[in-house]
Design a protein around this ligand. Structure first.
Ligand code: GRF
Length: 233
């Protein structure tokens, strides 16, 4: 995994892959371009090998580090540097990123952190969300694996909206990473995503915006607490 910031998404993945039940992978290495990144502290606390990436533009060095660590998948969680071409090629179809908006809106170079949520509010959007996607050589442009909507509520600030989006990131990201790690979701030779992430509830119900009522009968009750976490009142 690569992360530049606090690493809360890293933490949910550390928790997920070390948690109960069978998992399709484990986190073998964490890197950051920032020596002070909280993500490195979280990796250290979890006993996961970690390092500062000396030169984020040196793709060959990063590929060598990842291979030496035994990584066959690369997860970006708040990593702010552009991924070098050598890494994009080496991890084609095996690299995913999470973005705190519904791509292709509110993405691209310079769109990170609170800027994204400020832009959503500035535009008067009533819906934002989370996108998990495969990574290509451009910021925020790779094929989409899964998305989840998050309502913009009256009185929201970039901080309050960002916090709501982040809670949803934490619910969605482990599902997506597990799906790619297990092969349930693959990037095909046609450049399209095949398979699907098994998201507990569908966002198509009229109630999704404010309500907590799932639109699926079967299995939905098992995810009642998750639903409440996704859409806190
Ligand atoms: C998240 O909002 C993620 O979507 C974005 O950067 C933020 C990282 O937060 N790419 P954290 O470091 O995981 O807490």
């Amino acid at each position: 995994m690569l992360a530049s910031g606090g690493g809360s998404n890293l933490q949910v993945l550390l928790d997920h892959f070390s948690g109960a039940g069978a998992h399709a992978g484990r986190i073998v290495w964490v890197g950051s371009d920032k020596a002070t990144a909280g993500a490195l502290v979280r990796a250290a606390n979890a006993g996961v090998p970690h390092a500062v990436v000396a030169d984020p533009r040196d793709g060959d060095a990063l590929v060598a580090t990842l291979h030496a660590a035994g990584a066959n998948m690369l997860v970006l969680a708040g990593y702010l540097k552009l991924i070098p071409e050598a890494v994009v090629q080496a991890f084609h179809g095996r690299m995913v990123n999470i973005h705190p908006a519904l791509l292709p809106a509110f993405g691209g170079a310079g769109m990170y952190g609170q800027r994204i949520h400020a832009a959503v509010l500035e535009h008067g959007a009533t819906v934002t969300g989370v996108t998990v996607h495969f990574v290509d050589a451009h910021y925020d442009r790779g094929p989409i694996i899964a998305q989840w909507p998050v309502p913009v509520l009256p009185g929201d600030t970039p901080a309050s909206l960002g916090a709501r989006v982040l809670r949803t990131e934490h619910a969605l990201f482990p599902l997506c990473v597990e799906a790619v790690a297990s092969g349930a979701v693959v990037l095909g030779d046609d450049g399209k995503v095949h398979g699907h992430v098994d998201i507990p509830v569908r966002p198509t119900a009229a109630e999704w915006r404010f309500g907590l009522v799932p639109d699926t009968a079967g299995g939905a009750s098992a995810f009642a607490s998750e639903w409440a976490r996704l859409f806190p009142r």
